[in-house]
Design a protein around this ligand. Sequence first.
Ligand SMILES: Cc1cc2nc3c(=O)[nH]c(=O)nc-3n(C[C@H](O)[C@H](O)[C@H](O)COP(=O)(O)OP(=O)(O)OC[C@H]3O[C@@H](n4cnc5c(N)ncnc54)[C@H](O)[C@@H]3O)c2cc1C
Length: 246
Amino acid sequence: MISTYHRPQTMDEALALLTQPNTVPLGGGTLLSKPTTDSVSVVDLQRLGLDSLRANGNEWIIGATCSLQSLLESEHCPASLKTALKLEAPLNIRNTATVAGTLVASDGRSTFVTMLLAMDAKIEIIVNRQSSIVNCGEYLLTRPSGLITSITIPLNVKTAFQFVSKTPADKPIVGAALAQWNSGRTRLTLCGYGKTPLLAMDGTEADGLQEAAMNAYHEADDEWASADYRMDIAAVLAKRCLAEIS
Ligand SMILES: Cc1cc2nc3c(=O)[nH]c(=O)nc-3n(C[C@H](O)[C@H](O)[C@H](O)COP(=O)(O)OP(=O)(O)OC[C@H]3O[C@@H](n4cnc5c(N)ncnc54)[C@H](O)[C@@H]3O)c2cc1C
């Protein structure tokens, strides 16, 4: 339950408010506004100008408060990322939920974050008033609390996203995202299971992609599917991703 609401006009004001106990950033509020017994103070980020989408050379700098839908509608959004965004949440939520809020709240079924991890996105985050840039994998490992200000993804990569789910609009039981750079560097990530999307491979080329996919999900057993099933499907999806970008 939100007990106190702040809407700072400057970044300095926001950072000062966020030093107060039990006070967190408010993005789209789709998660924070859900009824809970715990009370929390929120710092609304909407006046801080963090909602810009900017291409800079081979990079796409996505402001933390950009909505998932504005990203999807951008001319720079690759088709694979559009697919992942549509699976992340339905239209009404996409119009409100922010990219940073979605990253922070993500679990292993997040298709959007699976694409970010494949593209080796860089996360700009302010912790104790110190700004730093961490890669998405590092962020997901430690999930530091702080204020995310932007997410940067490369524009000069080929990407693919393939998935299997109960229905076409449902979150995947297994999803695979692939990014390949001109140098041959190939990153494969998986979703559909666990607390966070998994990096299955980060190689200098695509050799061993299917084996890596299988290995990554060898313990991915839950009420939705067995690990054996997920291993087989992950390998098939990895192959399909590679075919898609070839
Ligand atoms: C009907 C409905 C269905 C949903 N279904 C799903 C679902 O299937 N799967 C799922 O994963 N989620 C689901 N959600 C949760 C929610 O939609 C997503 O997690 C959403 O993307 C969160 O984004 P937001 O901007 O609204 O975040 P908020 O609710 O504003 O915040 C979420 C978290 O992120 C933090 N945060 C926000 N912005 C920043 C920032 N810039 N820096 C640091 N921390 C920040 C907040 O402090 C909070 O901890 C659903 C929500 C609703 C209302």
